[in-house]
Design a protein around this ligand. Sequence first.
Ligand code: FO1
Length: 312
Amino acid sequence: MLVALAGGVGAARFLRGLVRVVPPEDVTAIVNTADDEVFHGLTVCPDLDTVTYTLAGAEHPEQGWGLEGESFRTIDALTRYGADTWFRLGDLDLATHLHRSERLRAGAPLSTVTADIARAWGVTTTIVPMTDDPVSTRITVERPDGGLEVLRMQEWFVRERTTPPVVAVEFDGAATARPAPGVLEAIAAADTIIVCPSNPIISIGPILAVPGVRDALVARRDRVVGVSPIIAGTTVKGPADRLMGPLGIEVSCVGVAEVYAPFCSTLVIDERDAGRADDVAATGVRPVVAETLMTDARVAAALAQHALDAVA
Ligand code: FO1
């Protein structure tokens, strides 16, 4: 059995490769929920949906999030009523949010609803939210006048396009959150635990912040392998570089290794970073060099195989 800690698009593309080299039902993906947000009264769980849609082969191919062939008539119609529509919920995607929100309102835990949604999409991989409790990323930014403001993740990421400089990141609710059913058990029982190529701060960070998860990983350190989301000092997709630098972490595979070192024995770094392998090793993490730019599912599958072999 394999466990994968997962955020959004990078993780989803990696998982699509992983389930080509191992039986999909042998994989448990533990997914970040601190990006979750309520829009128009509906609970939206971007990372859970991105992983589900991608494993179902239904994701929007260019965006990576949302559904293939999506339209936006409903969200555009909401502008008539003066609603905020900067977060673009697609017409088909809305069905997921309607269904999930109704189930949650009726008292079902997020983990149960997530499993049911995955089943409805024909996904046999186990997809588990990191917690059933509300956890929310808060990003403190500096405004041009020097004032500080606390933004929610989607406000900073989508509405403000990651422009405001970051001062601090917190995970509201994490201290009292409980791991979702099965999370700690899966980590304890896994042959291999993979930290997907996701944002170390706001995708993997919240999962680690759920009490018990980090300790469970530390106990399995020799079986934990990460994949660096940073290639040659930049992110492939997403804002990791806009977060790591201001938080005092080198924007490189070496910075990722430093963050992961307490619970991760091995890190897959990109071929373009082969020259940094000794610096990674100096953090106490064993470097393994591979092609990590997942241009298609075949490359993602080869990368997943490298990650598995690295701790075999
Ligand atoms: N990202 C955007 O850049 N703009 C959007 O309007 C947007 C809408 C959206 C709707 C549903 C969904 O599941 C994801 C969506 N995303 C959008 C992506 C989302 O912000 C990111 O995937 C994550 O939160 C970061 O992993």
